[in-house]
Design a protein around this ligand. Structure first.
Ligand SMILES: C[S@@+](CC[C@H](N)C(=O)[O-])C[C@H]1O[C@@H](n2cnc3c(N)ncnc32)[C@H](O)[C@@H]1O
Ligand code: SF4
Length: 374
């Protein structure tokens, strides 16, 4: 029922000050036990009849694992799942944690897409974010990956950072463009409640760009990247032709995905589930050969329809009216008549001949729009 798998590696060298992802400090022995648990978790899922089309190994910092550990993980994945020959297999990497050997292991085991978290091109900003690497270390890691034969690379960036000026954001984008990655994700900083940044922000110790500057940064990102041949295909995501993240499109199209690992989310047979977040209880549960699921939600009826609409509106093309009709056997413009009319009247939504999509103004206000669907 699912042709995609997400695997979570919940380890990082240290935690960045803005990050609320489910990650913990890396310990070699614990990582070993974790990979054994992951293998058991794979075994608890009946292999799909159809081969997998996308696999995303994310984190955390998967590239913090040793070459041997990465090799074991990839061997386990290949041993358990049937994988399409042209499947997209992505690994998230932190600058400074990749070397020639790890890259060779990944390349040999079918990984064909890397995603580097860079965030910013200024060393002082990286330090302020709690990143473990310098700009030069990023350049080296990126070069190693290219030399190692990787032809599909994403770079993650964040804008509206503390003390970040427009000029700094211009410089970051300019240098990233010269590196010609196939894909760029540009997120605006989200203040996550459990983070040190949030605390400093509450104490009035962070100097964030004004809302207007943040909007200007977003506008500049769209103009600059589209001028340089990147298609703006999702609110925060830009890709060279045919280089969209196929795995992420599975989420935005609200399609099934098996989630494995501590804190991972999955969506199978209409059920959204979330795994136990802690590494120790996750390993314990699997040593008893139980699925480590903490929470499930049956996504049916209006909830599934609203979520499908909300996720698809993240895509620049919006939601296909025909695809919605095929999936739910009813007309989207009848089911959501009231709210669609309201958004259109406010200039946030438009109808093309085939799709409903956010207007440029709607893009800037996407979060406010989506709240109404929750
Ligand atoms: C799950 S993280 C993993 C990537 C990898 N560990 C790294 O940081 O290099 C993926 C991306 O999410 C983004 N991210 C994480 N926390 C964020 C926040 N609070 N606001 C905006 N973007 C965030 C960063 O760009 C990060 O690279
Ligand atoms: S941003 Fe990446 S490296 Fe930093 S703590 Fe989050 S997952 Fe780890």
């Amino acid at each position: 029922m699912a042709s995609s798998v997400y695997i979570h590696i919940p380890f990082c060298a240290t935690k960045c000050y803005y990050c609320a992802f489910n990650t913990y400090t890396f310990h070699k022995e614990q990582a070993k036990a974790y990979l054994t648990a992951l293998r058991t978790e794979m075994e608890l899922y009946t292999p799909e009849t159809e081969p997998l089309q996308t696999i995303f190994i994310g984190g955390g910092t998967p590239s913090i694992l040793s070459a041997n550990a990465l090799s074991q993980l990839l061997t386990d994945i290949h041993g358990h799942f049937r994988i399409a020959t042209d499947a997209e297999i992505t690994v998230e990497c932190n600058p400074g944690t990749v070397d020639t050997e790890k890259l060779r292991v990944m390349q040999d085991d079918g990984v064909n897409r890397l995603s580097f978290g860079l965030q910013a091109m200024q060393n002082e900003t990286l330090k302020q974010l709690g990143r473990i690497h310098t700009v030069d270390e990023f350049r080296q890691s990126y070069r190693l990956a290219r030399d190692g034969g990787f032809e599909n690379i994403n770079i993650d960036l964040i804008f509206a950072l503390p003390d970040q000026t427009m000029e700094m954001w211009h410089d970051t984008l300019s240098e990233v463009i010269t590196l010609e990655p196939e894909h760029i994700s540009a997120y605006n900083l989200v203040m996550e409640e459990t983070t040190p940044f949030y605390e400093s922000w509450q104490a009035d110790e962070l100097h964030l760009p004004a809302e207007d500057t943040e909007a200007d940064m977003f506008q500049y990102t769209i103009e600059t990247l589209t001028t340089h041949g990147y298609e703006h295909y999702e609110i925060c995501n830009f890709a060279r032709p045919n280089r969209e993240a196929r795995h992420n499109l599975v989420y935005w199209n609200n399609q099934p995905c098996i989630g494995l690992g501590a804190g991972a989310w999955g969506y199978i047979n209409g059920v959204r589930y979330c795994n136990i977040r802690g590494i120790v209880p996750y390993i314990k549960q699997l040593s008893d050969r139980n699925k480590p699921i903490a929470d499930t939600e049956h996504l049916t009826g209006h909830a599934e329809k609203s979520e499908t609409l909300m996720l698809a509106l993240r895509k620049r093309e919006g939601i296909s009216v025909a695809a919605y009709q095929d999936r739910f056997d009813e007309e989207i413009e009848v089911v959501f008549r009231g709210i669609l009319k309201k958004w259109m009247d406010l200039g946030l939504l438009e109808r093309t001949s085939t799709h409903l999509r956010l207007t440029p103004r709607g893009l800037f206000l996407a979060n406010e729009v989506f709240v109404e669907l929750m």
